[in-house]
Design a protein around this ligand. Structure first.
Ligand SMILES: [Zn+2]
Length: 413
């Protein structure tokens, strides 16, 4: 048995202990076995690894894991502060284990908001982190971030490399080329081949922003001909600087994150000009996905699919994606969905909590495409290797064929 087959089979062990006697779980178990046998066949016939991306559900925070074919890893953010930190660190570790990682080579904390650095104190004892990357000091004073930066972060980075990111920096990931394009409000001059005029600039409408979101460390990734970008929580006004009058990034196949789908980001000068084929939104049950963002994304030229980590109450029936493009709902789903979008809640004390989703979570994984296993985006359940059954029927997204095109073109990917 080769190592990949062994790794896939090893997942069955911990998963088996989770299986209870309900019919649903028994069904999942059966599907796991089917998936495992398919995976083993694939492992034997196609041992070559590819670039994997896990978009992990941390309930409207961010945690995105990139794994190069040679096994180098980059984690972007660590989910929420307590009380969500244990849950979110656990979900990140499930993806880390699925990827077979023994360490995180590079960890980017995009900015000092609690939905981005929040799970780090819980995560760090569970897996070594070799390099910490951030934008520098917090510019938006707040108790949680200030306490963390004074008491916890210096200890965490003491035994690791610490890098304050600058635009143009490269993050070593083997055949996966990772470039820092934004950090601390500074912007890359232009990605190679980019820098042409952006026709969407004339209609730009400025937005509001807090101090830290525009500081986000943003990255642009090239793997063969496949391109993707994740700009943290970069807001509209900074998007304008980055993309106008000239588009400094070019285009992408997949746009990741989208600031949880919030309307303070995602201007057409960014989304439309990047011309993504697929967008994957790290939204929450009541965070992001509001009509303005959904209109922009849905009307983006060339968009094939929008995928969401969560059903959002803010989309309403008019703008929500069909459920087969949404990885997660809530622990206690209602039999009927709201027709009108709910307004985003005001931040601060007195805000009622969002609908709970602390049970099983599904990540969205961009993974290899094979003839026998052709779903290029898969919903995989937390801690198991079982595709969520309903998602087996989802429309096939083009990411796999993007990868295949790259390979056909003779790239060493
Ligand atoms: Zn955020």
């Amino acid at each position: 048995m080769n190592t990949r087959a062994a790794k896939v089979l090893a997942i069955l062990g911990p998963y088996r202990s989770l299986v209870r006697t309900t019919l649903m779980r028994a069904t999942l178990m059966l599907m796991t076995a089917v998936a495992l046998s398919a995976s083993v066949t694939i492992a034997q016939s196609q041992p070559a690894k590819m670039f994997d991306v896990y978009v992990i559900d941390v309930e409207g925070g961010n945690a995105t894991l990139f794994v190069s074919p040679s096994g180098e890893s980059l984690l972007m953010d660590t989910g929420n502060v307590p009380p969500g930190a244990v849950r979110d660190a656990g979900r990140i570790m499930a993806a880390v284990k699925d990827a077979g990682l023994k360490q995180i080579d590079h960890l980017i904390i995009t900015h000092w908001h609690g939905d981005h650095f929040g799970g780090l104190a819980e995560l760090a004892p569970q897996i070594p982190v070799r390099e910490f990357i951030d934008h520098g000091p917090n510019v938006q004073p707040g108790q949680a971030a200030d306490d963390f930066l004074q008491k916890m972060y210096p200890q965490l980075i003491a035994d690791a490399k610490h890098t304050v990111a600058k635009p143009g920096d490269k993050i070593r990931m083997g055949s996966v080329d990772v470039t820092v394009v934004t950090s601390a409000g500074e912007l890359i001059k232009a990605m190679p081949g980019a820098g042409g005029p952006n026709s969407y600039c004339a209609n730009f409408k400025p937005g509001e922003n807090n101090a830290e979101d525009p500081q986000s460390v943003g990255i642009f990734i090239t793997y063969g001909k496949f391109r993707t970008a994740h700009l943290g929580d970069l807001t509209k006004n900074k998007e304008f600087e980055l993309m106008c009058p000239n588009n400094r990034l070019g285009s992408v196949d997949v746009l990741l994150g989208l600031h949880h789908g919030q309307a303070s980001s995602n201007s057409p000068v960014l989304v439309h000009a990047l011309h993504p084929r697929v967008a994957i939104m790290n939204d929450g049950t009541r965070k992001g996905g509001e009509p303005e963002t959904m209109q922009t994304v849905h009307s983006s030229p060339g968009l094939e699919d929008l995928w969401q980590l969560h059903f959002s109450l803010l989309s309403g029936q008019e703008y929500t994606q069909p459920g087969m493009f949404i990885a997660n709902t809530v622990d206690d789903p209602q039999p009927a969905m709201p027709i009108a979008p709910l307004p985003p809640p005001q931040a601060g004390p007195g805000t009622p909590p969002p609908p709970a989703h602390n049970g099983t979570a599904y990540w969205i994984k961009l993974a290899r495409l094979t003839k026998k296993h052709p779903e290029p985006i898969k919903f995989l359940s937390h801690g198991a290797n079982a595709p969520r059954p309903i998602k087996r029927h989802c429309r096939r997204v083009a990411i796999g064929s993007m990868m295949r095109e790259s390979r056909r073109a003779g790239d060493q990917v």
